[in-house]
Ligand binder design. Structure first.
Ligand code: ADP
Length: 476
């Protein structure tokens, strides 16, 4: 993936973010420039218009007070004073014909605009227009004004100096903008790289993990921003996957080991019978022992399947009404004989009823596993107590024994599949009983816990939630 981006950098997020950043900056600056440009040109034009109007007022005053000859002289003097290249004056009859003007050698391209004259005659006070002198590449602002009865003044002023200001402004702006857009692209690139580098670190680690190194982790910085959160979540996910992979690996080793022994025994006994035995009873004995071993294997496989299905939520407990006290009493009766045979004293401390919602078959299995263990790991003369207590929204089932206890080192692992404590090797079992008990408790929304002291005994406590109060409409 990264090799693809390395080959085509314009596909990278950093490149696109930089482009956006620089693009938005450039567009915003251009809009600002345009508005500013509009403002400057308007202010300059309005200033020029005011000057032209002021001059028209002066001409009107001269005409009123000193007559038309004075106006003609005034036009010549005013043009000379301001500069004949900068300003011109033309005096027109109402039909648009010029009867006097200042020096027009620089203004030959400027004609009398008939339409402007007509608008004045129609009553408009002043008519402005902008004329572009193509030969001089210069703009001229022209005013037509009626300065007295039958006398129209056409006055024009070169906009050259203001055009120079605008051109200088444009040049400065474009240079500044090019520099700023370059700077914005640089800053944008730096920021985008900083933001994306965290994502790249996650991608790099994901690629290494995909090649098989499950122990690799993303370095997490102490900033705690979104990228660090992503890195932390990614690392947690890897921890979980690694634990699962290790568990699956251990489990398949255990399954292989636990299947190998009985199958070897079945094969051995069949081989011995084939090569040595001749009588029917000997064949019958072999068949019986093969059935016994197969039953053990089937039991193990079924238990494994049940744990997997219960943990994965495939086998959901039936939500029937059950009575934990009644089920515990039944289990006590069932295991009473075994306890007697082993010389263990079994006590049941149970309330008359403890109604719950759950799966009776599963809870029976849980009870059987806990009682079986308690009796297996408790020497003759010691005690096993089964009790059920209701506390608020919970029911507590406790199976307490005064048996061999569990070493502290084993406690965190006894609920794992196939885990068997060293001291239990002499006893029958495959290490799945407590895994199944935990899966059942959790499938019922509960939990199982253990407290144990080696040499003193163990207590397994199962917490199961009690059903909430029935809604009023159901009680009716
Ligand atoms: P197992 O078939 O070995 O009994 P379990 O999953 O039921 O498998 O139990 C796992 C391990 O927990 C046992 O091997 C044993 O070491 C320990 N254990 C369980 N229950 C008890 C108990 N009541 N007293 C002492 N050790 C126990």
């Amino acid at each position: 993936m990264s090799s693809g981006i390395a080959g085509r950098p314009w596909n990278s997020l950093s490149f696109r973010l930089t482009l956006w950043y620089a693009g938005i900056f450039a567009v915003t600056s251009l809009v600002a420039f345009f508005l500013f440009y509009l403002l400057i040109t308007t202010v300059i034009r309005e200033g020029t218009d005011q000057e032209l109007a002021g001059q028209a007022e002066q001409f009107s005053l001269v005409l009123r007070e000193r007559g038309i000859e004075a106006v003609e002289t005034f036009a010549l003097l005013e043009a000379q004073a301001a500069g004949v290249k900068k300003v011109f004056f033309r005096l027109l009859y109402p039909n648009g014909e010029a009867f006097s003007s200042s020096s027009m050698s620089y203004w030959q391209d400027i004609a009398v605009h008939k339409e402007a004259v007509e608008r004045l005659i129609a009553g408009q006070r002043r008519v402005y227009e902008t004329v572009l002198l193509s030969a001089r590449k210069d703009q001229v602002r022209v005013l037509y004004a009626l300065i007295g009865p039958g006398v129209i003044l056409q006055v024009g002023r070169s906009m050259e100096s203001s055009s120079r200001i605008v051109a200088a402004f444009r040049g400065i702006f474009l240079t500044t903008m090019a520099l700023l857009v370059g700077l914005a692209a640089g800053v944008g690139w730096f920021m985008a790289r900083r933001a994306v580098s965290g994502v790249e670190a996650v991608t790099r680690t994901a690629r290494i993990v995909a090649r098989g190194s499950l122990e690799k982790r993303v370095p997490v910085k102490p900033r705690g921003d979104e990228i660090d959160q992503l890195a932390m979540t990614f690392n947690q996910m890897l921890d979980r996957i690694q634990t699962l992979v290790t568990e699956v690996r251990e489990m398949s080793d255990n399954i292989a080991h636990d299947l190998k022994n009985p199958i070897t025994r079945i094969r051995g006994s069949a081989e011995v019978t084939l090569t040595t035995a001749r009588t029917l009873p000997e064949y019958e004995t072999m068949a019986a022992s093969a059935i016994e071993e197969c039953d053990r294997l089937l039991d193990m496989i079924n238990t494994m399947l049940m744990i997997s299905k219960t943990e994965a939520g495939v086998e959901m407990p039936a939500a029937g009404e059950i009575d934990l006290a009644v089920l515990a009493r039944e289990a006590c009766e069932l295991f009473g004989t075994t306890a007697e045979d082993r010389g263990v004293q079994m006590t049941c401390d149970l309330p008359a009823h403890c109604p719950l919602r759950g799966d009776a078959r599963m809870i029976r299995r849980l009870l059987a596993n806990l009682l079986d263990n308690a009796l297996k790991y408790t020497p003759p003369g010691k005690t096993v107590t089964v009790s059920v207590v209701e506390t608020g929204q919970q029911a507590l089932l406790a199976v307490r024994d005064t048996g061999i206890g569990i070493p502290a080192g084993d406690l965190p692992r006894i609920f794992e599949r196939f885990y068997r404590g060293d001291q239990s090797r002499s006893q029958t079992g495959i290490g799945l009983g407590l895994s199944l008990a935990r899966a059942i408790a959790r499938a019922h929304g509960g939990e199982i816990a253990v407290a144990s002291t080696p040499g003193t005994g163990s207590t397994f406590t199962v917490t199961l939630p009690k059903p909430g109060p029935q809604p009023a409409d159901k009680l009716l």
